[in-house]
Design a binder for this molecule. Structure first.
Ligand code: ACM
Length: 662
């Protein structure tokens, strides 16, 4: 039994299943292949079978002769049977386990629920590959018993800061399904935009969205599409802070004088709802009533983050109210608000989810806490008997390496939780905040890194081999692109725009060694607003720049294997490419004003690569460089580390390692 750790070299699945037994042999595909349903033939399952047939046929070029899911297969015709015990509920805690048996005679997938079958079908699709001798396509023979480690495996998409049209949501739901994520946390309102059509309060989207919002029909279709993939949709309407866009239409929700306009700048803004007015709750009662009609999930996210208490504390009416109700401070007032909203939600049979700020001593049980400022709230919520989900360490908008997110585990022994408390840790969510992405670039900030987080949330805790993860992620990334995501192809669009129609080859080479600056640093480099262009080199650059990553690992292994010549050759080839690239970049820079900002970066890459080549030569010759050479190189590499155009060279550390001789 192979459980966790490395998976066989030709299996590029993600997330790795809980239990796997790989056997010899393959099930070979031919045009007689079909998928047949046994057991509960739900609409969800038959549609998934049709999609699977289509995907397999697209992937292999095979013209299947039989329709899928139309009844029992003739005994002579090998294929795939899918057997679900019952229809699953798209709800927290539903059974998603499945068993998969692939033998030379065919594929058998069975599960308690049709949702479990859907999860297993993604595994089946990931197992499909070309035969080693390229004679055709097939699947390795194996047995899998699989189930998720955590039941809440989410992706937050912020559609407020930049509107994300329905297509973005649809294709990301397909991506989520492919890696077994099961919660779309849809951040639908914030200071910069209110994105849902409200018929009860039409000025919400009418004055709060610049016309960029989802109609109720679009919401219903998206929720149905998600449900068809076994994915819950948890809406978030952030309150009582982050509400400027609401106030554009309904200034009476706050205690401060209006008028208000949609906020165009990023950051944390002080307008907040007035928690002391009855009218605020009457509004929320009707609003929540309307929205729960659109969003069937049992959970409803009310935000609750980053409320600036100061304006409340400067209002004499609010202070008098607080005194009357024995509320000591702004946090107490917010808790008062949160509890009232929780009651409204309960009257609509909804459970409350909120960011970790809502976890105050006065909060009652029954809420789910989303831990983002650290892990402390996760531990506290779980030990106080509340559901807890982790997002701290999963902020994919901060463009950190996938390995960083991958190793971030929601449940570690040092949390010292009892078994019952640990069960309150429901899982985690990757968060795609949208200040610095548009519909054009958002996929490239979500994928493929969210797949690494999906594995952390699904697979056994001991699946932690970073090299193996990177190997599989490369392949999964291509498969995600085939599922419709634009994270790879969008770069071509950005580069062609930047190159003013010229050949983008040199730009691609430059980008292979460049990454966007990480964390919140980009915000400190320019005053970004809603209207800022997100089409520059920093938007085309991605974390884990692929050639940079490969180069770093080539250097690592060459230095530890003390100088195998083949390693040196691969390193030299890459360095020569980078060294010569600046000359090819110059004509591009001359014709594209947008590229002027990277001229020095491009020439630095060339210079750094030349240093690398010299360093490799020193090592190969066995003749160490003069100290003066090393000092000069290290000084220059240090200078080159300074970001330009909000990007940085991602290969300097590896070149520094080459230059520093033992
Ligand atoms: C948050 O990032 N303000 C939840």
């Amino acid at each position: 039994m192979l459980t966790g750790g490395q998976t066989p070299a030709r299996i590029d699945w993600m997330p790795v299943p809980a239990e796997v037994r790989v056997r010899t042999g393959r099930f070979s595909l031919d045009s007689s292949f079909a998928v047949t349903i046994e057991g509960a033939a739900t609409d969800r399952l038959s549609r998934a079978c049709v999609r699977l047939m289509r995907r397999i046929s697209d992937r292999t070029g095979l013209f299947f002769e039989r329709e899928s899911a139309t009844g029992a297969l003739p005994l002579s015709a090998p294929g795939m049977t899918v057997a679900a015990g019952r229809e699953g509920r798209v709800a927290l805690g539903e059974d998603e386990s499945y068993s998969l048996e692939i033998s030379a005679d065919g594929i058998r997938l069975s599960a308690v629920t049709d949702i479990g079958c859907l999860r297993g079908m993604e595994t089946v699709f990931q197992l499909l590959n070309a035969d080693a001798d390229a004679s055709g396509y097939g699947f390795p023979c194996l047995t899998v018993r699989d189930r998720p480690r955590f039941q809440w495996r989410g992706l937050l998409i912020d559609a407020s800061r930049h509107f994300m049209p329905p297509d973005v949501i649809y294709r990301n739901l397909d991506g989520m399904a492919a890696v077994k994520l099961n919660v779309l946390h849809w951040h639908l309102s914030d200071d910069q935009g209110f994105r849902v059509e409200s018929r009860t309060f039409p000025k919400l989207h009418g004055l709060g969205s610049d016309g960029l919002f989802y109609s109720q029909e679009e919401i219903r279709r998206i929720v149905a599409y998600a449900s068809d993939r076994g994915i819950r949709v948890v809406p978030e309407f952030d309150m009582p802070g982050h509400v400027t866009s609401w106030l554009a239409g309904y200034p009476e929700l706050t205690h401060r004088p209006g008028p208000f306009r949609i906020e165009r700048r990023w950051g944390v803004w002080s307008p907040a709802m007035d928690p002391t007015r009855k009218s605020t709750y009457r509004f929320l009662e009707r609003f929540i009533g309307e929205m729960t009609g659109l969003f069937p999930d049992e959970y409803f996210h009310i935000g609750g983050d980053e409320v600036e208490g100061k304006p409340w504390m400067e209002d004499p009416d609010i202070l008098a109210y607080m005194k009357k109700h024995g509320l000591p401070d702004a946090a107490g007032l917010q808790t008062h608000f949160t509890l009232r909203v929780q009651k409204i939600l309960a009257s609509h049979r909804r459970k409350m989810v909120g960011w970790d700020e809502i976890l105050t001593p006065g909060l009652l049980s029954g809420a789910v806490i989303q831990s983002w400022r650290g892990r402390e709230a996760l531990v506290e919520a779980a030990s106080r008997g509340m559901g807890a989900i982790l997002s701290n360490g999963y902020y994919i908008d901060l463009v950190q390496p996938s390995a960083f997110h991958y190793l971030n585990d929601p449940l570690t022994p040092d949390m010292n939780l009892s078994e019952a408390e640990a069960a309150n840790v429901l899982g985690g969510e990757a968060t795609m905040w949208a200040e610095l992405v548009t519909a054009e670039t958002v996929d490239s900030r979500i994928w493929p890194r969210a797949a690494a987080i999906a594995e952390r949330l699904w697979s056994p805790a001991d699946v932690r081999d970073i090299g193996d993860m990177h190997r599989r992620l490369r392949s999964v990334s291509l498969s995600l692109e085939q599922a419709g995501l634009t994270h790879i192809r969008n770069r071509g669009v950005l580069m062609r725009r930047l190159a003013e129609g010229a050949d983008t080859g040199p730009l691609e080479t430059l980008l292979s060694a460049v990454e966007p600056v990480k964390n919140y640093r980009r915000h400190s480099m320019r005053p970004f607003t809603t209207f800022s262009p997100l089409t520059r080199i920093a938007d085309a650059a991605v974390p884990d720049a692929e050639d940079g990553l490969l180069f770093r690992s080539l250097v690592e292994s060459w230095l530890t294997e003390s100088g195998a010549d083949s390693g040196a050759e691969a390193i030299r080839r890459q360095l020569i490419l980078w060294r010569d690239n600046h000359e090819a970049m110059l004509p591009l820079i001359r014709r594209s004003p947008m590229l002027a900002e990277i001229e020095s970066l491009s020439s630095d890459l060339s210079e750094a690569a030349e240093f690398g080549l010299q360093a490799v030569d020193f090592r190969l010759s066995g003749r160490p460089p003069e100290k003066e050479w090393t000092d000069r190189i290290l000084l220059r590499l240090g200078e080159m580390a300074e970001p330009r155009a909000e990007v940085e060279l991602a290969v300097l550390e590896a070149i520094r390692k080459l230059a520093v001789q033992p």
